[in-house]
Design a protein around this ligand. Sequence first.
Ligand code: ADP
Length: 590
Amino acid sequence: MKQSNLSRLMDYAGSRRVLLYLSWILSALSAIVALVPFWYIWRIIHAVFLAAPHFEQAGHLAVYGWMAVLFAIVSVLVYIAALMCSHMAAFRVASNLRKELVRAIAKLPLGAAEEFGSGRLRKIINESSAATETYLAHQLPDKYGAIATPCGLLLLLLVFDWRLGLLSLVPVVLGFLIMSAMTGKNMERKMKEYNNALEVMSNEAVEYIRGVPVVKTFGQTVFSFKRFKDSIDSYEKWVIAYTKGLRLPMMFYTTAINGVFAFLIAGALFFTAGGVTNAFLLNLLFYIIITPVISLTLTKIMFMSENGMIVADALERIDSVLTLDPLAEAAAPQTPKDNSVELENVRFSYDGKTDVIKDISLSIKPGETVAFVGPSGGGKSTLASLIARFFDTKSGSIRIGSVNVKNIRKDDLMNTVSFVFQNSHLIKASILDNVRMGKTNASESEVMEALKAAQCMDIIGKLPDGVHTMFGTKGVYLSGGEQQRLTIARAMLKNAPILILDEATAFADPDNENKVQAALSELSKGKTVIMIAHRLSTVANVDRIYVIENGRVVETGSRNELIEQDGLFARMWQDYQTSVQWKVAKEGVR
Ligand code: ADP
């Protein structure tokens, strides 16, 4: 059976679970104590009535008054104690949830974490665990308080005059009937519809924002985002219909709950047909004072179901991370024997259905430089990320130094394979620390060496605090090529024997391009290099080219061999030559 959300949260509270129970008890106690002042108010009214018309003879009024104040204060103090307990437990739960999430994320295949998106992961870690915190620290104790109040009220109501007590319960019963009609099965379905409409709308909003550059570039109007508009329209229609549907029951509910005086007065007139007694008047006054508490409590309870839904949603999001399969660690890890890379009948698919890599076998000797080329979407990047074990293959094997990557310890693999991707992963830290991620114990002078070798000195020179400048802060702007050079410096420092390079597709300026190329060739020295080449200008000197199309290696050989074969590469080469000539011609005209 599926564990209930609450019991799951309780498990995360660990030894502080007791504090949660305690907080509920204290909160309920505080709610009961909060009713005691009403009893003293009754006694004050009682004393006044007894003394009438000689009011100055009414005794103990001040004492009763102070007692009422005292109990009100005690109630607040007990409530504070309840909140302290609940917070201590809730913080533990949120911290345990965060730890578990971070632990799970650390075990994920790099590719899976990447696919999830760092923004979304951060949101789940922070916001979803915070939602449980609010629920446990405030909402649950309040719920028990809200349950205790009507119980205490019931006692108070029936003790003084049970007839009036019953009368003031009539609106409560009516209110409950209307409320349950509102929140029944029908409501659950409606709530789902509401959430769906909201989700469709926010998805469309994201698409819309993503598309803004396109809209601006091509001068289109907002009407090209018809789906976004449609989703807003349907949401609007739904919300209006829903609100209209609730109008009648809500009206009856509010009237019933607030109409308690009407029942009391009608009852009083009926009961006093034979004459009024002081005692009855006293009780009536008391009931008139206390009944507003009823409607307050009921309204509180009504909004409580919403909180449960929020927490259920938060847990669902948390589970979307926790249930992802972690990268399996090798039972008997081995170390790679050399720097060779071999792929044997590798198949892979992202969605479990269509294979994007179809039966690829290839073998790269230590120290060789090879390039993957081919049409976009052919599978070059996917293949490269499989070698770095961003994902595990569906079938077939990938061996580094004759050892299957699945049998290499994660740390060893990371020390053996470096990658420099187009979307350079710089974090919000100093340039020094960013580069040092390649080798955490590197000295500052080692970092400087790496920066020099990666042609980064001009970047460092123009930054306000040199290598100590924080990346990602205001005013620190680095172009794509500059960022890539910094990640090359990082890889340089790491000095792993196998290098996977995702060559950048476009550079804004030739100077940057030359520097990146120089940095890459420095980095590649003496290493096994696998390069994803997007432009054919860079593949002249590689040992071998693999032409990858539609998930398969369709041609293999050196550049000249491939040009002679008159296949896909030859055609791509032809196109490339034409574009170079075109470029030269254009420059010539200028
Ligand atoms: P290339 O690097 O040759 O341009 P990719 O390896 O990026 O090709 O893509 C190969 C195929 O896999 C494409 O059809 C692409 O749409 C798909 N693909 C790439 N990345 C993902 C991903 N993260 N999730 C699902 N499909 C993907």
